[in-house]
Design a protein around this ligand. Structure first.
Ligand code: DX5
Ligand code: ZN
Length: 218
C-alpha cells in the first residue's frame, strides 16, 4: 500500500491534495504537538474535516505526548488506522484496545533508535507496526537504511505466524529507496515529498507502487 503524507502538501488545500492522490491506499496524516517532536501540525478538527472531504482511508500518525489520552479520539473522528509512538505511551495495550473498540486499526510506531525486541509481545494487540526510517518531526529527510533490520525482524514474525501486522515505513521513501524497504519486508510505504513534491502526485503514487511490487515479486 502507498500512503502519501499530507505533511508535504499545501495545508490550505488539503481536500485538493487528497483528491490529487485518490488512488492511494491510505492518506497519511502527521499529527505533531511540538512536545513529542519539535514541530506542530494539525489535530482532531482537521482530521474530522478531511475524513468528510475524502474517500481515501486516513492513516493518522500521532507524534504526540500522552497518546493514551488522545489516540482513541482519532479513531472516533473516522481514521482507518491510528498509530502512536511506543516512546510516548504509558499503556500501549490499553490504548490499542481503545482504538480498536472505536473502530480503527491500531498502530505502534518506533523511532530509529528504539529497538523492536521489547515490544514483540505487545505487538500482538496491534494491526500496524510503523518503523520510522527518519527521526520523526519533519518531511524531506534522508532515508536511514540502518533501521531496516527492524523491518526484517517484524516480517519474520509475521511470516512465522507470531504476528499479524502491516509493516509500514515512514521517512525518506522515494523511487530510490522504496525497493530496499520492500525487500526488507515492508508492505505499507509512506511518502511525503516524493509524492506532493512531484509535478503529478497521482503518477508518483503509481510509480512508487510499481517499484515496490517489483521488489516484492507480486
Ligand atoms: C515525519 C513524518 C513523515 C513525513 C515523511 O516525521 O512522520 O510522515 O511526512 O516525509 P518524507 O516522505 O518527505 O520523508
Ligand atoms: Zn508520518
Amino acid at each position: 500500500m502507498i500512503a502519501p503524507s499530507i505533511l508535504s502538501a499545501d495545508f490550505a488545500r488539503l481536500a485538493d491534495a487528497a483528491d490529487s492522490v485518490s488512488r492511494a491506499d491510505w492518506l497519511h496524516v502527521d499529527v505533531m504537538d511540538a512536545h513529542f517532536v519539535p514541530n506542530l501540525t494539525i489535530g482532531l478538527p482537521v482530521v474530522k474535516s478531511l475524513h468528510a472531504a475524502t474517500d481515501v482511508p486516513l492513516d493518522c500518525h500521532l507524534m504526540i505526548d500522552d497518546p493514551d489520552r488522545w489516540a482513541p479520539g482519532y479513531a472516533e473522528a473516522g481514521a482507518a488506522n491510528v498509530t502512536f509512538h511506543v516512546e510516548a505511551a504509558a499503556d500501549p495495550v490499553q490504548t490499542a484496545r481503545a482504538i480498536r473498540k472505536a473502530g480503527a486499526l491500531a498502530g505502534l510506531s518506533v523511532k530509529p533508535g528504539t529497538p523492536l525486541e521489547p515490544y514483540l509481545e505487545v505487538l500482538r494487540e496491534f494491526d500496524t507496526l510503523l518503523v520510522m526510517t527518519v527521526e520523526p518531526g519533519f518531511g524531506g529527510q534522508e532515508f536511514r537504511a540502518e533501521v531496516l533490520p527492524k523491518v526484517r525482524l517484524a516480517r519474520e514474525h509475521v511470516r512465522a505466524g507470531h504476528l499479524r501486522l502491516f509493516v509500514e515505513v515512514d521517512g525518506g521513501i522515494s523511487a530510490d529507496t522504496i525497493e530496499q524497504a520492500a525487500e526488507a519486508g515492508a508492505d505499507v510505504f509512506v511518502a511525503g515529498s516524493a509524492v506532493f513534491g512531484a509535478d503529478d502526485p497521482a503518477a508518483a503514487v503509481e510509480a512508487l507502487r510499481r517499484r515496490a511490487r517489483t521488489a516484492m515479486n507480486v
